[in-house]
Design a protein around this ligand. Structure first.
Ligand SMILES: NC(=O)c1ccc[n+]([C@@H]2O[C@H](COP(=O)([O-])OP(=O)(O)OC[C@H]3O[C@@H](n4cnc5c(N)ncnc54)[C@H](O)[C@@H]3O)[C@@H](O)[C@H]2O)c1
Length: 332
């Protein structure tokens, strides 16, 4: 049984607390948060104690830490956890700053395979099946990957301001999916963004709607479309065109009923947001981490993968601000 310390009791911390508690091989030992009351409330809900992050990291009875704090704290906490001999699971992105993330990779170099980064979409049953089928050659050569990823509504401006911006905070999931499904990193990225959902997001220096095209050295392509607003729910679709066929993932909807009438044919909306859409993926992701810790094997999504995704996000952000394609090797 792995005793886990959860750092950060916000939106995603609460999701992870559920996954830790639901797994027979892990238990939630302690929770921290810098905002008074947050950790106490979550700890009370899960029958564990609220403590400071430093106390949890220093506690020899804690085997693993799960970092679900604000992004600007991730590298520091990863390094502190590794220095204290813990297994580490850290939410994406590794950091706001690519240089800081690369320094974290250097400091923890011989432990990179034991630091897991929370790219939960790799564990979604449908996306994982696309990867399996593509790797098995079932649609021939992978040629064009298209990802649609729209959030139902923007997060609060206070979150936007500390998030690192759409490319590092939101598109990073899709950039990692490109890496995962195409099995390779792109050579160059072109991106453009705008703030048409909420001008205040633009005033805060961010965008809320963006498109990126990624080009691989052998000519393969990928396209990502992002928006912080889709009034019909969380839109998460993917399409992979290969030389021998097509793999498609459509939205998970609230129910499977299709009503046909004189007015037309209607069905239900996609599920509302990440908790509803990806809870099974968070559980599978956590199970993969517990397996790796219990068997002392490499985690399936490493710190290296996290740094690669952040480099792609950095390239996309640079391309959007400068209006030219950016070669990944120039930022990595
Ligand atoms: N994988 C996913 O699907 C997913 C979804 C949402 C968020 N995230 C990531 O998770 C992280 C947190 O996002 P969120 O939406 O939960 O944000 P949030 O603001 O709701 O929660 C973050 C919490 O961390 C606390 N905190 C900050 N510094 C701390 C520290 N040093 N020690 C302890 N607590 C600290 C804050 O007080 C806050 O309660 C971000 O990096 C975000 O990118 C991932």
């Amino acid at each position: 049984m792995i005793n886990v310390g959860l750092l950060g009791a916000g939106r995603i911390g609460k999701v992870h607390a559920l996954a830790i508690g639901a797994h027979p091989g892990s238990r939630l030992g302690a929770v921290s948060d810098v905002v008074a009351g947050n950790a106490e409330q979550l700890a009370a809900e899960h029958g564990c104690v609220a403590r400071k992050s430093e106390e949890i990291i220093a506690d020899p009875s804690i085997d693993a830490i799960l970092i679900a704090t604000s992004t600007d704290t991730h590298s520091d906490l990863i390094e502190a956890g590794i220095a204290a001999g813990k297994s580490v699971f850290c939410e994406k992105p590794v950091d706001l700053d690519l240089k800081r993330a690369k320094a974290c990779l250097q400091v923890t170099a011989n432990k990179s395979d034991s630091i897991m980064i929370g790219f939960n979409r790799r564990f979604d049953q449908s996306f994982a099946e696309v990867k399996r089928a593509a790797d098995a050659g079932e649609i021939g050569q992978r040629e064009l990957l298209s990802i649609t990823s729209f959030d139902p509504a923007p997060p609060p401006l206070d979150y936007i301001k500390v998030s690192g911006g759409l490319f590092r905070d939101m598109m990073i999931h899709d950039l990692d999916m490109v890496h995962f499904i195409m099995g390779d990193l792109p050579e160059s990225i072109s991106a453009t963004g705008t703030s048409i959902v909420n001008p205040e997001i633009g005033a805060a220096g961010d965008v809320d709607t963006a498109v990126a095209t990624l080009r691989f050295s052998d000519g393969r392509l990928a396209v990502i479309k992002n928006s912080r607003r889709s009034v019909y729910g969380y839109d998460q679709r993917l399409e992979l065109l290969g030389s021998e066929g097509l793999l498609q993932v459509n939205n998970v909807t609230e129910n499977q009923v299709v009503k046909s009438s004189k007015e037309g044919i209607t069905g239900s909306k996609p599920t509302y947001f990440f908790l509803e859409r990806y809870m099974p993926a968070y559980e599978t992701e956590w199970a993969a981490f517990v397996d790796a810790v219990a068997n002392n094997t490499a985690v399936p999504v490493t710190l290296n993968d996290g740094v690669a995704a952040l480099a792609m996000a950095e390239a996309a952000a640079k391309s959007a601000s400068e209006g030219v394609p950016v070669t990944l090797a120039d930022v990595l």
